[in-house]
Design a protein around this ligand. Sequence first.
Ligand code: IPE
Ligand code: IPE
Ligand code: MG
Length: 254
Amino acid sequence: MLLKDMKKFFPGKGPREAADFEKLPAHVAIIMDGNGRWAKKHKLSVSKGHRQGTETLREIIRHTDDLGIGSLSLYAFSTENWKRSPEEVAALMQLILDFFRSEIDELDAKNVRIRIMGDKGGLPEKQRDTLIEAERRTEKNTGLNLNIAVNYGSRAEIVLAAKEIALLVKNGELQLNAITEQTVSDHLYTRGQPDVDLMIRTSGEMRLSNFMLYQNAYAEFTFPAVLWPDFTVEAYDQALATFAHRQRRFGARL
Ligand code: IPE
Ligand code: IPE
Ligand code: MG
């Protein structure tokens, strides 16, 4: 049932309860793309584009939480984004700090559990400390799993998992034959969470750009044409409705 129909049929329900009637994804991943083009379109600096993007981010996290979706993974900064100008990288790093400082109280109050995907060791000290503190502060929370990818690359994540597993085998703590797909999943940043059901990339680009290659094996994809700062809760609902209509087969003949 579509979200709008659901509201019609169950007007008394809040979004969280209403979501019980909906074919919602358990895990949504979003590649938040298009801040640069948005800035250009509005004749603003690229950092203004990124700042506007954080407004969208707030709304989307809030809506995901309201719907009762279990996991939300967001691509904020890739290992390849260091290739951008020092000014742009600095602006993005500042935004990461500002975002966590301004949102952490509300997120914690809403029982959101924050996890950072990516190499925190490669970040400036202030950013690293702030991210570690956000994870620590919310580690006992049991609500929405909010995974934020900062200095993240999926291949690097898989390499890290391979090294961790190899070490277990080397130390005699794991038999080679006991390694399964689940073992690999258990060594990714998203360990303990389901695979991605719905992947959304804004701005019309249709590629993964090194985001969650393993977790996306059977994800459904949508590519809304809007730039990330223009992405709305309505557009998000539309992507969720599209997902609800998709027939997933996982290789079987239905
Ligand atoms: C996505 O917006 C945000 C980050 C990569 C941090 P872009 O900055 O990639 O926006 P476009 O692709 O240039 O429009
Ligand atoms: C992916 O977007 C990274 C983030 C959204 C953080 P990019 O804009 O960096 O990806 P490419 O370069 O277009 O593939
Ligand atoms: Mg881009």
